[in-house]
Design a protein around this ligand. Structure first.
Ligand code: PAF
Length: 282
């Protein structure tokens, strides 16, 4: 497995792979790998000639006061895991190489970034879409792989790809969960044992909504109240948002008439976790 640090070098390498007629699958990550990342790498391995993983904790998608400094990092372990997953090439640029002095161009997707994490983390998606655009330009992948846990991120990236006529396919893969339902996240390692236990309420509250919809409940206000009440039974949980929205536009739903996305963000101590479930009508 090759490790490339310089943006210009990855650009040249990918250009020559394309000239050789190879298909390229890109898995953009911030490292601290878990099964969720590995599932994206394995799928990319199955669908492409060459698999490239980027590992870059992107400073511009963290607002001041967020967890950029404490975000988990373990490059040596990540490299070993990527190699075992059959990755051909990792791209590990420095922040200075990605955002050199004088950098001043950002990519902004509007509207679909207004709600959910966009409302609680102003500027976050501008940081994501800027780095993702740079990665797409450097690697020019045929396919890029994202996880459903970051559902809004994947919807924003799809919008970006459609709106800017980027020539690649976005592949969205299911959330990988621990045995007790907690969605795998690099941030889970920062939970204390008590917070880790309390965090089970996230998936439980999503499943509650799914079961209530299956049983015929259609009142979104009631469903949201029930989710909030369940989460609030955990003294360590502080709700950031609880939402029932349209899976395409991500706008809040008043009526349930078709598929919907139940999405939540909750803090446990210093750690903010997100999760979601796509719910279809029986
Ligand atoms: O989901 C992530 O890990 C990041 O937001 C991404 C897509 C790699 C951009 O920094």
């Amino acid at each position: 497995m090759q490790n490339i640090h310089e943006p210009s070098a990855i650009g040249r390498r990918c250009e020559s792979l394309r000239r050789e007629g190879k298909t390229i699958g890109l898995v953009p990550t911030m490292g601290a790998f878990h099964e969720g990342h590995l599932s994206l790498m394995r799928r990319a391995r199955a669908e492409n000639d060459v698999v490239i993983v980027s590992i870059f904790v992107n400073p511009i998608q963290f607002a001041r006061g967020e967890d950029f400094d404490s975000y988990p990092r373990d490059l040596q372990d990540d490299l070993a895991q990527a190699e075992r997953a059959g990755v051909d090439l990792v791209f590990t640029p420095s922040a200075e190489a990605i955002y050199p002095d004088g950098f001043q161009t950002y990519v902004d997707v509007t509207e679909i970034t207004d709600g959910l994490c966009g409302a609680s983390r102003p500027g976050h998606f501008r940081g994501v879409t800027t780095i993702v655009t740079k990665l797409f330009n450097l690697v020019r992948p045929h396919r890029a792989y994202f996880g459903q846990k970051d559902y809004q991120q994947s919807a924003v990236v799809r919008r970006l790809v459609d709106d800017l006529n980027l020539d690649l396919e976005i592949v969205l893969l299911p959330t990988i969960r621990e045995a007790d339902g907690l969605a795998m996240s690099s941030r889970n390692v920062r939970l204390t044992p008590e917070e880790r236990q309390a965090a089970c309420v996230l998936y439980a509250s999503l499943r509650l909504t799914e079961e209530r919809v299956e049983a015929g409940e259609r009142n979104t206000k009631l469903l949201l109240d029930e989710m909030r009440t369940m989460i609030e039974t955990e003294p360590l949980a502080r709700i950031d948002y609880v939402a029932l929205c349209d899976p395409e536009t991500l706008k809040p739903l008043d009526q349930i008439e078709g598929p919907m996305l139940a999405a939540i963000a909750v803090r446990f101590g210093e750690t903010r976790l997100i999760d979601n479930l796509l719910i279809t009508l029986p």
